[in-house]
Design a protein around this ligand. Structure first.
Ligand SMILES: [Zn+2]
Length: 148
């Protein structure tokens, strides 16, 4: 899991980056994060290069991901698919595709809302990424079965 550690030099935190972020499979809770951080700082101090000063371990925090990740499956993960803005007549837009569920959309103008393409606008199921993906997977499987 993700966690961050604070290290101190001469008792002071680094003014430029007080926290260092890590992600380790073997770290599963705060206790194992602290153990990993202590071992890492000990190792750092045991292998100092000439310009480095010994560090002491400050605080250790776990980085909570639950809220961000539930948010991210609900919202589409838009990726722009055109390199340059598409211009037709007086209209200009950028094209987007969701990297998770594959629905497509357009963004007209600058900073406007991303609007689903007509095929996807008709059904409510496409408004959320998780429901769109579940629906499209089902459609795909049904199609694969009838073709087989
Ligand atoms: Zn999506």
């Amino acid at each position: 899991m993700k966690f961050r550690i604070e290290t101190l030099t001469d008792g002071q935190p680094n003014p430029h980056c007080p926290w260092e972020d890590y992600e380790k499979d073997e770290v599963t809770d705060l206790e194992s994060a602290k153990r990993w951080a202590r071992e890492t700082v000990d190792y750092f101090n045991a292998t100092l290069r000439p310009h480095e000063k010994p560090r002491t371990l400050g605080r250790v925090k776990l980085v909570k991901q639950a809220r961000g990740s539930s948010q991210s499956t609900k919202d589409h993960a838009w990726e722009k698919t055109n390199l340059v803005t598409v211009v037709k007549g007086s209209q200009a837009w950028d094209e987007y595709e969701c990297s998770r569920c594959g629905v497509t959309a357009k963004l007209h103008g600058i900073g406007g809302p991303i609007v689903l393409d007509p095929d996807y606008r008709r059904a409510k199921v496409y408004r959320r990424c998780d429901t769109a993906k579940a629906h499209l997977d089902k459609v795909w499987w049904n199609k694969a079965r009838t073709e087989a």
